[in-house]
Design a protein around this ligand. Structure first.
Ligand code: G16
Length: 543
């Protein structure tokens, strides 16, 4: 078998978004489309000869095929070893862990996260660097530049190795190590959390349900929750990963995880409920009768992390993406630790974690994680919650109420307008930017604009600057409206509008969220001209 050099032509649409390259499956199936992007990634990464590469994906349609191609291309591009999950499967946090543990030069993760799968669904390729985290912007820009000039790629003509069994094989001069996708990750979780305490709580009557949404976390949750922590078989539902996620969106929110939400709101609800997404990095947390917003969850986890054995020394600081609510800021202020506000995208947390400035990070988009890996981590968040419940011996709702009465409540909601006409969405953002300078002092009902800007971020570690990261309208009193366009959609544009209002008084912590945010919601339309410009009267999803 030998290494082939294949002539190819560039595609002009391979710019990585918030989290790698995401397109519809048929788009990825165009000749050389995946190969071009993988070769551009290898060229841009410029890993040392003989380096180790981790490969795996969330098991969606096309995963198996691209895993095979990536292995054959790695063999032709000078890698010494590929570590790949059995059957080509690895959750995103498990891949991040393996990159770190094996001191790999990086990893190729195949996923379109929470987007639907199947032959007409979405697919994605993402490159993670040697710290285990998503490639920073400098690297993704190099990858994109390379995709614009690529003329050939290298691939071994050997057949893709059999990935169905754990073990070693060889392709060209490269070793292929097929690993159990779960075991290293489960071991890491045992190091961070008090499994004995959680096991005792479950044995003592703590009931739970985990919805894996037919995606990658099924095997992880079954091994950890049912296997190691003794939760009854059947605790994990939809636990077998399917190529099309059973036809649903593996997106853990109130819309796509509605059956779980209904169960937690019902008379026979368990104490705790959770779900994760396509590739296992997102989480949704529920208690009996309550859905915890991701922003609140971040704040509560940060305030209570010291209760878990991996964090007993306390946390160094917290980072949140700009649109995430400021609930975590109040925790950081009380704990006298650093708080960092970054653009949307887990890649912006990497330097803060590497430099020890922060221990816990989170985003409104259902992502929470810590310095144990360099990705957000759905099962980690579930286990930290369980650890906290086991130690505090309180219910989820009680812990949330207690948190609000201590720190105040940041009412919060995100409105998504999906598949909006792209020029219309871009025009809306453009118009907002044009009006920013004159906005301060303007009054909308009882709200007075105190500050308006287009968020930019200077990385405190490497000094890199990221501009145009979302329009913020801040009102006196701290309420905010944020507008930005999603960087993960695959069709048209998705307009995200983030609404936040702080309420200090416990007497006003029980308002329905939409009532608490009513004035902000109306103001968001007035300022953003959403109806006028997009023709939409209602968001598609409110999370
Ligand atoms: C990715 C990123 C997250 C981001 C999310 C939504 O998550 O890693 O940092 O918050 O997309 O991004 P956007 O608002 O641009 O659509 P995932 O879970 O999709 O990989």
């Amino acid at each position: 078998m030998s290494i082939q050099t294949v002539e190819t032509k560039p595609y002009d649409d391979q710019k990585p978004g918030t989290s790698g390259l995401r397109k519809k499956v048929p788009h990825f199936q165009q000749p050389n489309y995946a190969e071009n992007f993988i070769q551009a990634t290898f060229d841009a990464a410029d890993s040392p000869a003989g380096a180790t590469l981790v490969i795996g994906g969330d098991g969606r349609f096309f995963n198996r095929e691209v895993v095979g191609k990536a292995i054959r291309m790695a063999a032709a591009n000078g890698f010494g070893r590929v570590v790949v999950g059995q059957d080509g499967l690895l959750s995103t946090p498990a891949a991040s862990n393996l990159i770190r543990k094996r001191q790999a030069a990086g990893g190729i993760i195949l996923s379109a996260s929470h987007n639907p799968g199947g032959p007409d669904g979405d697919f994605g390729i993402k490159f993670n660097v040697s710290n285990g985290g998503p490639a920073p912007e400098g690297v993704t820009e190099r990858i994109y530049a390379r995709t614009r000039s690529i003329t050939q790629y290298r691939i071994s003509d050997a057949p893709a190795p059999d990935l169905s069994k754990v073990g070693l094989s060889r392709i060209e001069d490269m070793e292929v190590e097929v690993v159990d996708p779960v075991s290293d990750y489960a071991q890491l979780m045992e190091e961070l959390f008090d499994f004995d305490a959680i096991r005792a709580a479950i044995a003592g009557g703590l009931t739970l349900r985990f919805d894996a949404m037919h995606a990658i976390t099924g095997p992880y949750a079954r091994e950890i929750l049912e296997g190691r922590l003794g939760a009854p078989v059947g605790t994990v539902v939809n636990g077998i990963p399917l190529e099309d996620f059973g036809g649903g969106h593996p997106d853990p929110n109130v819309v796509w995880a509605a059956p779980l939400v209904d169960h937690l709101m019902s008379a026979n609800a368990p104490d705790f409920g959770a779900a994760s997404d396509g590739d296992g990095d997102r989480n949704m947390i529920l208690g009996r009768g309550i859905v915890v917003t991701p922003s609140d969850s971040l704040a509560i986890l940060a305030a209570n992390a010291h209760l878990a054995k991996g964090y007993t020394r306390g946390i160094a600081g917290i980072a949140r993406s700009m649109p995430t609510s400021q609930a975590a800021d109040r925790v950081a202020a009380a704990m006298k630790i650093g708080i960092y506000e970054t653009p949307t995208g887990w890649k912006f947390f990497g330097n803060l974690l590497d430099s020890g400035k922060v221990t816990i990070c989170g985003e409104e988009s259902s992502g929470t994680g810590s310095d144990h890996v360099r990705e957000k981590d759905g099962v980690w968040a579930v286990l930290l919650w369980l650890n906290i419940l086991a130690v505090r011996k309180q219910g989820v709702a009680e812990i949330v109420q207690d948190h609000w009465s201590r720190f105040g409540r940041n009412y919060y909601q995100r409105h998504d307008y999906e598949e909006v006409d792209k020029p219309a969405a871009e025009g809306l953002m453009e118009s907002l930017r044009d009006r920013l300078a004159s906005m301060a002092g303007q009054r909308f009902g009882t709200l007075v604009v105190s500050e308006a800007d287009d968020f930019s971020y200077k990385d405190p570690v490497d000094g890199s600057l990221s501009t145009g990261q979302g329009v913020r309208i801040i009102f006196s009193g701290g309420s905010r409206i944020v507008y930005r366009l999603s960087g993960t959609g695959t069709k048209g544009a998705t307009l995200r509008v983030y609404l936040e209002r702080f309420e200090a008084s416990p007497d006003r912590h029980d308002l329905p969220v939409e009532e608490a945010l009513k004035e902000l919601i109306e103001t968001a339309d007035a300022i953003g001209e959403i109806r006028k410009r997009t023709g939409r009267t209602e968001p598609d999803v409110r999370t």
